[in-house]
Design a protein around this ligand. Structure first.
Ligand SMILES: CC(C)(COP(=O)(O)OP(=O)(O)OC[C@H]1O[C@@H](n2cnc3c(N)ncnc32)[C@H](O)[C@@H]1OP(=O)(O)O)[C@@H](O)C(=O)NCCC(=O)NCCS
Length: 405
């Protein structure tokens, strides 16, 4: 593509006629042929008004869209969050600014609609920082050899787990997830159409493993696939959500009682109860990690006024935003201990300076301002201001995203 062609890029709302082209772009970008089921679910999650295409002449060369989601913030507030997804540009006109044109239009529209924060799951870690996104939840893959799992004498044995077929799981699991996600910062609401995909469990989602198995407790559930590595059977946990520690313990006792299975892999946040339940806390080995969710704050006062803070603060701080209009100085006033803060623009000298992406990262509690300052990414006028800022944004519990999209 020539520079002239690149400047002829138009970004507009998608129409019905664009869909065959959108699917083609997505297939090539992600290297998989999208099944009709997934297309239908996507179209339910993202009505056409939420879908943008980039065109050169009459050729569709890029797509981005958003689902209407909601995220839980520290303290339990629920905030609407467009979930940016299906982002792709044709390989022929790569690195000509088409993604940037689409995301600019998309985020200006989201901002104009009043959405306070947008979220996404990123295919690569190097793309979205420049657009003011920061990673907000981390997942750690833990692998344990089930044959050696022994629970401590102090670990309860609450019971209450039953095996469920998919038809039974469908009746109870979404409501349990919904209870869980309201208790956990960073957790994303799963719309009904998303659950349709989960329960349909198409062959193409299984990666060669079994269909999903479900175990259900009144306050939690686990779903998993079994992979048979030449008779060394592995349980790959897909979802494990528990509203209470009792449900979590009961589900792990049931998983660890699957005698013919050799290993169990599960993806959990940094802090996990699992090692504390076992005689050998080293048994669940961390074998991988990834950032699940990223967030972009679209409205700093609205988002910062929505969460509760860990400790008192009252100071002016500056947000650096190279992509949207959220740069400037704000004052954040909060009393630690559960009440939401109060944030508004001011004309004052800042005591702390932070980028929009890093602010999103510390907001949900996974990352700390202090760490970012040590890395040279957060500036503070003095140690005390940094300390106050750092402690106020800390959270008692580790955030967890709950949904990949
Ligand atoms: C990622 C993708 C959408 C980029 O499209 P593009 O039109 O080539 O991107 P642009 O030219 O608009 O690039 C915008 C900026 O992002 C940077 N960028 C783009 N892709 C990048 C990547 N994979 N890694 C790091 N930086 C990237 C560009 O260097 C550019 O930086 P700048 O504006 O600060 O100079 C495209 O490569 C693609 O479709 N990839 C496969 C699908 C995918 O991974 N989608 C993302 C899903 S979350």
């Amino acid at each position: 593509m020539t520079t002239e062609q690149a400047s002829a890029v138009q970004v507009r709302t998608a129409t019905e006629e664009d869909w065959p082209h959108i699917l083609k772009l997505d297939n090539f970008a992600f290297g998989a042929h999208i099944a009709d089921l997934k297309t239908g679910i996507t179209r339910d999650l993202a009505p056409d008004d939420n879908v943008l295409v980039a065109t050169i002449g009459d050729e569709v060369v890029g797509v981005t869209m958003h689902y209407e989601l909601q995220i839980t913030v520290p303290g339990g507030g629920l905030v609407d969050a467009p979930g940016v997804t299906w982002v792709s540009v044709a390989p022929t006109p790569r690195r000509k600014g088409i993604l940037r044109s689409m995301l600019t239009e998309q985020h200006q529209r989201c901002r104009a609609s009043g959405a306070p924060v947008s979220i996404l799951t990123a295919s690569e870690g190097g793309i979205y920082g420049r657009f003011g996104y920061g990673p907000i939840t981390m997942e750690y893959t833990r692998t344990l050899d089930r044959r050696f799992a022994r629970f401590r004498d102090t670990t309860a044995d609450p019971g209450g787990v039953r095996l469920a077929r998919v038809e039974e799981a469908r009746e109870v699991v979404p409501a349990i997830y919904d209870r869980w996600r309201r208790t956990c910062a960073g957790a994303v609401r799963r719309p009904d159409a998303f659950w349709r995909g989960v329960f349909a469990d198409p062959e193409s989602d299984r990666g060669g493993a079994s269909a999903l198995f479900y175990m259900v407790h009144a306050d939690g559930f686990v779903s998993y696939r079994v992979r048979d590595h030449a008779k060394r059977m592995t349980v790959e946990v897909s979802d494990l959500f528990a509203v209470t520690p009792e449900a979590y313990i009961a589900l792990w006792r049931a998983l660890c009682a699957l005698d013919l299975m050799q290993t169990i892999t599960v993806s959990e946040p940094r802090t996990s109860l699992l090692p504390y339940l076992l005689d050998n806390p080293r048994l669940p080995r961390i074998t991988g990690s990834f950032d699940l969710l990223w967030a972009r704050i679209l409205d700093v006062p609205a988002v910062l006024s929505a969460r509760a803070y860990f400790s008192d603060l009252d100071l002016p701080f500056e947000v650096v935003d190279d992509f949207l209009d959220q740069g400037g100085v704000y004052r954040l006033r909060a009393a630690g201990g559960g009440e939401p803060g109060e944030c508004y623009r001011v004309d004052e000298e800042p005591r702390v300076r932070i980028t929009a992406g890093d602010l999103a990262s510390i907001y949900f509690g996974e990352h700390r301002a202090d760490t970012l300052a040590q890395a040279g990414r957060v500036w503070a006028v003095d140690e005390e201001s940094l300390d106050v800022f750092d402690r106020a944004f800390a959270t008692a519990a580790t955030p967890q995203g709950g949904m990949f999209f």
